[in-house]
Design a protein around this ligand. Structure first.
Ligand code: GLN
Length: 186
């Protein structure tokens, strides 16, 4: 099994290292041809406006939509979660949206870069150190979407079928229980 990491912008290298730590084969994805070679996909954190622009110009947006609709597991972290959402609250429009999960999400909802924080969260499998970095907030979720973790009252890890989103980063520490959970979806 090969897990792809969308490598247009953002912290894709950290996800590649995390996959290596978990002894999983990985591949950086920048083209439609590369996407064909993987069995699952991670959308990293970064700047969703920039990633959306590059996804659209490369045609990867349509290609990802069709693979996920065919059942490929996908995990969006932070800006990846924004890109997967049906509704995005943002001062600027994204060039494209994958609209693969029925949630409303608000960009930069915890404040500015200086309001970023780390905390320990209960996720499937146990406690996990995570980072909220200019993180979004999920304000609404559609039917059939499971909340797998909360920070205070905010749902921060959600899943529906083959689509997983987290509004935080778990790939910056050596053990990554969210990745372990995602690998269980493959
Ligand atoms: N604030 C970023 C955005 O809206 C997301 C931040 C992140 O991915 N850590 O795209």
């Amino acid at each position: 099994m090969i897990v792809g990491v969308l490598a247009l912008q953002g912290d894709f290298e950290e996800h590649i290292v995390s996959l290596e730590n978990h002894k999983v084969k990985s591949k950086e994805i920048r083209t439609i041809a590369e996407l064909k070679e993987v069995d699952a996909l991670i959308l990293p954190g970064g700047e969703s406006t920039v990633i959306a622009k590059l996804m659209k110009s490369s045609g990867l947006d349509e290609a990802i939509i069709s693979r996920v609709q065919d059942g490929m597991p996908v995990w969006g972290t932070c800006s990846g979660a924004i890109l997967l959402a049906n509704q995005v609250k943002s001062p600027v429009l994204l060039d494209t949206q994958l609209s693969l999960l029925d949630i409303d999400i608000e960009r930069n909802a915890y404040g500015r870069q200086s309001d970023s924080f780390k905390t320990n969260l209960e996720v499937p499998g146990g406690s996990q150190k995570v980072y909220f970095i200019r993180a979004p907030k999920i304000h609404r979720k559609g039917k059939g979407i499971k909340v797998l973790s909360k920070y205070k009252t905010d749902p921060v890890m959600l899943r529906s079928k083959n689509v997983l989103v987290t509004t935080f980063h778990s790939e910056l520490t050596e053990s990554n229980r969210v990745l372990e959970y995602f690998l269980g979806m493959t």
